[in-house]
Design a protein around this ligand. Structure first.
Ligand code: IDP
Ligand code: MG
Length: 149
């Protein structure tokens, strides 16, 4: 099953939105296989956001993601990346549609609550920065046989 990497950013944690975000991810039917609270180190942040190096917002991005605790989550499910990106919404919250996390809960592009991988390959690259494979928990959810045809 496809995996997606999700991170509730420091602004989301500080605003008390961990439960709100996790609820939306669970409600669609994804299986959480890894979840932890941590502080992102500068080295991890640089790896995570390597593709944005040199952009005007890069330094601010590193500063914000390392400024306080985050929640790192790995989920499994059908089309996990594509579906998660829809649940998350557009990068700029003022463009994100109502019903999406960013559309419902944020206004500032630099305080948009949540990170999600934008391709299955990038999701793997990203979760490997924060998780080792042996940390993932394999199990069956009781609704799985009803969720998938
Ligand atoms: P994404 O989070 O929707 O995948 P990316 O383009 O990968 O968006 O950018 C990573 C993060 O960098 C965004 O979530 C946002 O917080 C920040 N960011 C992106 N573009 C800008 C910008 O133009 N100004 C300030 N921050 C930005
Ligand atoms: Mg991105």
């Amino acid at each position: 099953m496809e995996r997606e990497f999700i991170m509730i950013k420091p602004d989301g944690v500080q605003r008390g939105l961990i439960g709100e975000v996790v609820k939306r991810i669970e409600n669609v039917g994804f299986k959480i296989i890894g979840l932890k609270l941590l502080k992102v180190s500068l080295a991890q942040a640089k790896q995570h956001y390597a593709i944005h190096k040199g952009k005007p917002f890069y330094d601010g991005l590193l500063e914000h993601i390392t400024c306080g605790p985050v929640v790192a989550i790995v989920v499994e499910g059908k089309d996990a990346v594509r579906v998660t990106r829809k649940i998350v919404g557009a990068t700029n919250p003022t463009d994100a549609v109502p019903g999406s996390i960013r559309g419902d809960l944020a206004l500032e592009i630099g305080r948009n609550i949540i990170h999600a991988g934008d391709s299955p390959e990038n999701a793997i690259y990203e979760y490997k920065i924060y998780f080792s494979e042996k940390e993932f928990v394999e199990y069956n959810k009781i609704d799985e046989e009803w969720l998938y045809e």
